[in-house]
Design a protein around this ligand. Structure first.
Ligand code: C6P
Length: 406
């Protein structure tokens, strides 16, 4: 049995009151809170090590380099990558997707095809639209049904030699739906030579990731959603796949040789890491991975699954409350509306007054909102420190909002 109360004591922010009420933090899909081990790692880096990496011969620079490269190895192990140089530090999921969508440009011709899904966050839509504008390629979108389940049979006829990349998320941030990425990857391998990219922004905090087992080419996630500082993120790329791509940013770190006539690029991972990285943040990302691995991913998954079941059961008892994708296999987040009373943001404001933090609105997924013909939803999202009592307070606050807005 996990001692959630003990875990909670490791998160100083949770002891706060908001609007005179104990904080119930259920906006983890937007950004999770940070444990003291992560905060102290980051603080200690600035107090005792702070120096640039891979550049200096002096002791602090070497220490900073050692610590950051150790964090890279922790990430490698966390997602079971074959090599540490397949791990690229970024500032988040958005940067990782943009990096690939830009770096792949030279491999894309007019009328080639890029496949995404209906359930994508804007950051897994817009970079591909920009790539299509640059190259004349076409974007195809896997449809979903009214339970937010992707209709992946279309792939049987869509995948062919024109398909250059299939990029989908593992868990939808708006609905919490877990997508059938194993089947999507298997079909893509069977019917095309396309790259596969997985947006793991919402799965890395909740599910065990194994990139070798998944057999994806690229996988991206953000540190700040999994207990690490903001401005940290990871792009994993299979060695053979990354080697086919052009660099994204040019600058320091990413060159082997540079002259006015010609520049040659550094080996992986540095070819994709131009400029000074977020050294303290990356080291603290390593501490966040230690935190999660100490609890164990299967324990995290089990606890959050129980929270999801409890929340679904109790929220669905509220008359007039609609849970989106209620029948789908979901993790991390539950999205709902009080039908006929106010809009999602009105509900969110009342919840905030009661100390309950949730996200309301379109969650950067306007196509999903258009599908359901709504402006937005109320989204409660979970982390390891949430309790059944948090869910009770959420339900109570939603009932109060319903009374106030009716
Ligand atoms: N979703 C949410 O509240 P960044 O902002 O780069 O860390 O992550 C972008 C992103 C990409 N893909 C998915 C599936 C995501 O959920 C997110 C971030 C947050 O749902 C902020 S919009």
């Amino acid at each position: 049995m996990l001692d959630i109360q003990n875990i909670r004591t490791q998160f100083p922010i949770l002891a706060q009151e908001i609007n005179g009420k104990p904080l119930v933090y259920l906006d983890n899909a937007a950004s999770s809170q940070k444990p003291i081990s992560v905060i102290e790692t980051w603080e200690n880096y600035y107090k005792t090590i702070n120096a640039n990496v891979h550049r200096g011969i002096h002791t602090l620079s070497q220490l900073a380099t050692e610590e950051m490269e150790l964090a890279r190895k922790k990430v490698q192990k966390f997602i079971n990558a074959k090599h540490d140089y397949e791990i690229i530090f970024t500032k988040g999921t958005t940067e990782g997707i943009n990096l690939i969508a830009y770096a792949i440009t030279n491999l894309i011709k007019k009328d080639d095809e890029i496949i995404i899904s209906y359930l994508e966050h804007h950051s897994n839509i817009v970079p591909w639209q920009m790539l299509c504008e640059r190259t004349g390629a076409k974007l195809r979108v896997i449809p979903m049904d009214d339970q937010g389940i992707l209709q992946i049979d279309v792939l049987n006829t869509w995948l062919n030699e024109k398909t250059k990349i299939v990029s989908v998320n593992q868990i939808s941030n708006a609905l919490g739906v877990i997508n059938p990425i194993d089947e999507i990857i298997a079909k893509t391998r069977q019917l095309s030579n396309a790259f596969v990219m997985i947006d793991a922004a919402q799965s890395s905090p909740h599910l065990k990731l194994d990139v070798q087992k998944m057999d994806c080419d690229f996988l991206v996630f953000s540190g700040h959603k999994m207990y690490a500082p903001m401005g940290t993120g990871i792009l994993y790329g299979k060695q053979e796949s990354l080697k086919q791509l052009h660099p994204f940013h040019g600058g320091g770190e990413m060159i082997a040789t540079c002259s006015f006539e010609k520049t040659t690029y550094a080996d992986l991972p540095f070819k994709f890491e131009a400029g000074t990285p977020n050294v303290g943040g990356n080291i603290a990302l390593g501490a966040a991975i230690d935190f999660m691995e100490n609890i164990r991913l299967d324990n995290i998954q089990q606890h959050e699954h129980a929270l999801m079941e409890y929340a679904t059961r109790h929220l669905s008892e509220i008359e007039g409350l609609r849970i989106y994708a209620e029948k789908a296999n979901r993790a991390g987040a539950i999205s709902f509306n009080l039908e006929g009373v106010g809009i999602a943001s009105d509900v969110g404001m009342i919840l905030d007054k009661m100390g309950v933090a949730v996200r309301t609105g379109h969650h950067c997924t306007q196509p999903i909102m258009a599908y359901f013909d709504i402006a937005g939803t109320v989204r409660a999202s979970f982390a390891i420190y949430n309790t059944f009592e948090d869910i009770d307070k959420l339900v109570e606050a939603v009932q109060k909002a319903q009374r106030m807005l009716s």
